[in-house]
Design a protein around this ligand. Structure first.
Ligand SMILES: Nc1ncnc2c1ncn2[C@@H]1O[C@H](COP(=O)(O)OP(=O)(O)OP(=O)(O)O)[C@@H](O)[C@H]1O
Length: 203
């Protein structure tokens, strides 16, 4: 099972809930603004506590309210990629990639940079990158940490359409090289189709 998620949380008057069990390698959470997509990612990451339920990722239980069990966020081994990239501005691309490196990572810097198409950018500063290039680096940094899964929150919403299509094709192949399943939040059904993702609608 790549994702086994059954969570609910009350936000004021709004109840956020998701029940989804799947073996899919890429799952797209789709829904309008305010549907609760980011809240679900935060519950999987351990940044927001569900009122009730459980979360397992790649066969490992991360949260189970019945057992009063909650793995701390830092021990969940999840790679988070945000819309606004959040690269370290004072580190060159190479050191941004190496920041989260763990010896258990199946990737070498060079192999991963080749896969991501950023080999020529390793000595650049983040401030000199285009939006699409920066997002490739952010994905690489997350993968270097040997994550259990990738959580991606509208990572391409500020990337132009042509670059977006190229990056979606690259993301689609991540599970081939790294085995990590991906939970991908978007407003855009076209993005989900291009990823070949299993689609989960939130309303
Ligand atoms: N910490 C919080 N406390 C109270 N309400 C919250 C909190 N975080 C989010 N909400 C509310 O929960 C609902 C879901 O928010 P969330 O950001 O998860 O939605 P979303 O689907 O990711 O939206 P968007 O696509 O605009 O990012 C919204 O009504 C939001 O105002």
């Amino acid at each position: 099972m790549s994702f086994d998620i059954d969570v609910t949380r009350q936000h004021g008057k709004r109840r956020i809930a998701l029940y989804h069990r799947t073996q899919a390698r890429i799952v797209a959470l789709i829904g309008p603004s305010g549907a609760g997509k980011t809240s679900i990612l935060s519950m999987v990451a351990g940044l927001l506590r569900p009122d009730h339920g459980h979360v397992s990722v790649a066969g490992e239980t991360l949260f189970d309210s019945d057992r009063r069990f909650a793995l701390p966020p830092a021990r969940r081994r999840l790679g988070y990629v945000f819309q606004d990239r959040r690269l370290f501005p004072h580190m060159r691309v190479r050191n941004n990639l190496l920041y989260g490196y763990t010896p258990s990572s199946p990737h070498s810097l060079d192999d991963l940079a080749g896969f991501l198409g950023i080999g020529h950018l390793l000595d650049r500063w983040p401030g000199t990158l285009s939006g699409g290039e920066a997002q490739r680096v952010a994905i690489g940094r997350a993968l270097m940490s040997d994550p259990r899964a990738l959580l991606m929150d509208e990572p391409l919403s500020s990337v132009d359409p042509r670059r977006k299509a190229e990056i979606l094709d690259m993301i689609r192949h991540i599970p081939d090289i790294s085995q990590v399943p991906i939970l991908y939040v978007t407003h855009d059904l076209g993005e989900a189709h291009r990823l070949g993702a299993e689609i989960v609608m939130m309303t």
